[in-house]
Ligand binder design. Structure first.
Ligand code: ATR
Length: 282
């Protein structure tokens, strides 16, 4: 009997903006696989029913995006360590009739830096992370697991940074933006996880001139590809990595689980998504 076409999904609310179908569609065609990957709008109130339909075999698995990542971590049957600690599921699949949930955002963040700044965690020094939301949690998880032992969380609302630092452990400390500049003097890495820069805001209130010469500045925002923070860092001669690679790399583990081939993040794939970003900005 011929095997049925494997179907995977990305679900969010809204979902039309998602670039995941382009990424997975590219890989399905490139590797010549009998599979499909579709975007579905699922409102949070409908997520439990949707999850039940996946468990019953409607899909082999899929990606979960805003605003369903936290709800998904409640709805699945088993969570891996990353999903548990980050508190959100972005990738799920069915195994032995059970829904398994993972979070590949931390993997995607680290793999992107491995790709574009290979020695970024060779000597894990001090790191400054701007933001304390869901995206920050994935970055903090990645830094912890790469051995960073002095991770400084800077956030507009100090209570959120304090809560994260308390939860993630003694290597983490919480600060407000007023104290941020002094934290940069000996930092090897600065990461923006806030939404600042997405709408062309120019003033992330940190003085990049305080960073050491060899420091790396990374943004997880990828529209625009070069955020004002990255542009300012580049103009100062600092190393920079944009956020698009995180999106591409976080997609790898799910594709491998659903379709059985570990896909590669290639310049061709990146070019495809860059073209889409530029087309939509035009
Ligand atoms: P996500 O899941 O994408 O991280 P989030 O949980 O809403 O989204 O978190 C957004 C982050 O961007 C937070 O750290 C937020 O700061 P607050 O906790 O103080 O809200 C930060 N952020 C958003 N807009 C900001 C702004 N104009 N200035 C400073 N920080 C901002």
């Amino acid at each position: 009997m011929a095997e049925m076409t494997r179907k995977a999904f990305v679900c969010g609310h809204p979902i039309a903006h998602s670039r995941s179908p382009k990424i997975h569609g590219h890989w399905l065609a490139y590797y010549g696989l009998d599979g499909c990957y579709e975007a579905i709008d699922v409102a949070p109130a409908d997520f439990a029913d949707f999850a039940a339909s996946v468990r019953a075999g409607r899909y082999v698995g899929g990606n979960i995006t805003i605003p369903n990542k936290e709800i998904a971590s409640q709805a699945v049957d088993r969570l891996d360590a990353a999903a548990k600690e980050i508190g959100a599921v972005n990738t799920l699949w069915v195994q032995d009739g059970l829904l398994q949930g993972s979070n590949t955002d931390a993997y995607g963040f680290a793999a992107n830096l491995d790709d574009h700044a290979p020695d970024w965690s060779a000597v894990p020094g001090a790191a400054v992370v701007l933001g304390a939301g869901g995206a920050a949690r994935a970055v903090l998880f990645a830094l912890k697991h790469r051995g960073f032992s002095d991770i400084r969380i800077v956030n507009r609302t100090p209570a959120r940074a304090q809560a994260l630092a308390a939860e993630f452990g003694p290597a983490f400390s919480a600060h407000d933006f007023g104290a941020a500049n002094a934290l940069l003097d000996d930092a090897a890495l600065l990461v923006n996880t806030t939404s600042l820069g997405m709408h062309g805001e120019t003033d992330i209130a940190v003085d990049l001139g305080r960073l050491p010469v060899g420091a790396l500045v990374a943004d997880i925002v990828y529209v625009p590809l070069e955020t004002p923070l990255l542009a300012a860092a580049r103009q100062r001669g600092l190393k920079t990595v944009d956020g698009l690679g995180m999106l591409l790399h976080q997609a790898v583990p799910g594709f491998e689980i659903w379709f059985g081939v570990r896909p590669e993040v290639t310049p061709e794939l990146r070019g495809l998504i860059v073209a889409d970003i530029l087309a939509k900005a035009a």
